[in-house]
Design a protein around this ligand. Structure first.
Ligand code: NIG
Ligand code: FE
Length: 407
C-alpha cells in the first residue's frame, strides 16, 4: 500500500456525474496498492487499515487523474515546417494536399523511415507527455497506407507498449487517404483495407479501434461505412475523423454505426449533433488543429447542451497539430470552445477514457480505478488552465509507480 497525502484539492472526477462536476475534495489523501486505487478522499476519513503505508507528500498541491490524450498520430517520419510557412503565406491545407504535400508527404517520409527511427522519435514524445501528466495515449497508424508500412507503425506501438510506462491504445487508420499509387483505382485500395488489412490487424490484435477520415479529398460516407462495418465485423471499435474541413455527414455516420467517438466535428450539422447525443458517441475536440489551420473551434456549448460528452485531445501530428502539449489543448478548449475548467478536466479524463473504451478503469480517482494521477503545481484547476506555462505538472504516477519526472 502507498499513500499520497497533503493534497490541497483532489479532483476525483467520478465517471457518471454531470459534465461540470469534478468532485473536488480539500485536504485529501490517495491510497493505492499495486496499480489500483484503494482510497481517494478526505485525509480525516482515511481508513485506519491504510495508514501504515509508504507515504509521499503532495506538498499542498492539487491532484488530478492521469491525463488521457485520446487522439494522436504519434508515429510518423519527418516534419512539415515548410508547409506551415506556406500556409502562413496563404496556401490552404487542402491546396497543399492536392499538390502532393500534406498527409502524402508524411506517408513518403514514414515509408522511408526505419522502425528504429520511428520508435525513437515516438518514445521521445511519450517521455515528454509523461512529464506533462499524461498517462494514456491513443495512437493511430495512417502514414503507411500499404500493408507493410501500416503494420510497421502498429508494431512500433506494440514495442513502445512493452518498453515504456504509458499505456498506448492503438488505432488502425489505413483509411486516412487513398495513397497516390491507388489514385485511379480507389476500389482496389478499399478492397485491400477490407479483405486483407482489417482482418490481419484484428486477428493479430495490433489495433483496438479502426478510424476513417471522411472528407471531400479523403473518403466518402459510403466508403467509410463499408470500411467501418468490416472493422466492426472483425471486433474493432469504431472512430471517425468527421466534419473537420466541411460538413460531410461523418458525425451522423458515427452515431448510426454506434462508433465510440467522432473527432474534429467543427462543421457537424445540428441534426448530427442530436444523433450523436442519442447514440452516446463521444465528441473529441481537437483545438490545436483549429489553431494551426485557422479553422473554427468546436462550439462546445452547443454540444454539451445537446447532451454529448466532449473530450479534448491534441491530435498530435506533423501537419495540422504539431504539438503533443495537452495543456495547450486544454487552455484553448477553455478560451475558444467556451468550456469551464471542470468540463475541460472531464474532457481529458473520464470523457477521454470513454472515447477509447476505458471508462470503467481509467480517468477517475475512485477505488478500483487505475492508480494514474498527476500532481499539479496550482491551487486549483482554474489557476492551472489560466496560468499556461511550459509544465505545471510536478510528478506523474502511472499504474502505481512514480515516473522519473524531471522539470
Ligand atoms: O487529424 N484530418 C486528418 N488527419 C490529421 C492530419 C494529418 C496530417 O496533416 O498529417 C488530423 O488533423
Ligand atoms: Fe487526427
Amino acid at each position: 500500500m502507498k499513500l499520497l497525502t497533503n493534497i490541497s484539492t483532489l479532483y476525483r472526477v467520478p465517471p457518471d456525474a454531470a459534465h461540470d462536476e469534478v468532485d473536488a475534495v480539500s485536504d485529501a489523501t490517495v491510497a493505492w496498492e499495486d496499480d489500483t486505487i484503494r482510497y481517494a478522499g478526505p485525509t480525516a476519513e482515511l481508513p485506519a487499515e491504510f495508514s501504515q503505508a509508504e507515504t509521499f507528500d503532495a506538498d499542498g498541491r492539487c491532484v488530478v487523474p492521469g491525463l488521457i490524450d485520446c487522439h494522436t498520430h504519434l508515429c510518423f517520419g519527418g516534419w512539415r515546417g515548410d508547409e506551415f510557412a506556406a500556409r502562413l503565406e496563404g496556401k490552404t491545407y487542402q491546396e497543399i494536399q492536392a499538390a502532393g504535400g500534406g498527409i502524402n508527404s508524411t506517408v513518403r517520409a514514414t515509408r522511408q523511415a526505419d522502425r528504429e527511427a520511428l520508435r525513437l522519435k515516438a518514445s521521445e514524445a511519450l517521455a515528454d507527455m509523461a512529464r506533462l501528466g499524461v498517462t494514456t495515449v491513443e495512437a493511430k497508424s495512417g502514414y503507411g497506407l500499404d500493408r507493410d508500412n501500416e503494420i510497421k507503425q502498429l508494431e512500433v506501438y506494440l514495442q513502445l507498449q512493452s518498453e515504456q510506462p504509458l499505456e498506448i491504445v492503438p488505432t488502425f487508420l489505413g483509411a486516412h487517404l487513398v495513397p497516390t499509387e491507388y489514385r485511379d483505382r480507389r476500389d482496389d485500395y478499399l478492397q485491400l483495407l477490407c479483405d486483407k488489412l482489417i482482418p490481419e490487424i484484428a486477428e493479430r490484435k495490433l489495433a483496438r479501434f479502426c478510424d476513417v477520415f471522411i472528407e471531400s479529398n479523403a473518403f466518402t460516407l459510403a466508403e467509410g461505412r463499408r470500411i467501418l462495418e468490416t472493422a466492426r465485423d472483425h471486433g474493432l471499435g469504431l472512430k471517425i475523423h468527421a466534419d473537420q474541413l466541411s460538413s460531410g455527414g461523418g458525425a451522423g455516420l458515427a452515431a448510426d454505426l454506434g462508433a465510440v467517438s467522432a473527432e474534429h466535428l467543427e462543421y457537424a450539422s445540428d441534426e448530427d449533433i442530436r444523433a450523436m447525443a442519442r447514440a452516446g458517441t463521444v465528441a473529441v475536440s481537437l483545438p490545436i488543429a483549429s489553431l494551426y489551420l485557422r479553422e473554427p473551434y468546436l462550439p462546445a456549448r452547443q454540444w454539451i447542451e445537446a447532451g454529448v460528452r466532449v473530450a479534448v485531445a491534441t491530435d498530435f501530428n506533423p501537419g495540422s497539430a504539431p504539438s503533443y502539449h495537452l495543456h495547450l489543448a486544454m487552455t484553448l478548449a477553455a478560451v475558444h470552445q467556451r468550456m469551464s475548467p471542470a468540463e475541460v478536466l472531464r474532457g481529458v479524463t473520464t470523457h477521454a477514457a470513454r472515447a477509447i473504451g476505458l471508462e470503467t478503469s481509467h480517468g477517475s480517482l475512485m477505488p478500483g480505478y487505475r492508480a494514474d494521477l498527476a500532481i499539479i503545481d496550482a491551487p486549483d484547476i482554474n489557476h492551472w488552465l489560466y496560468h499556461f506555462r511550459p509544465n505545471a505538472c510536478l510528478r506523474t504516477l502511472k499504474s502505481g509507480r512514480w515516473l522519473q519526472v524531471l522539470r
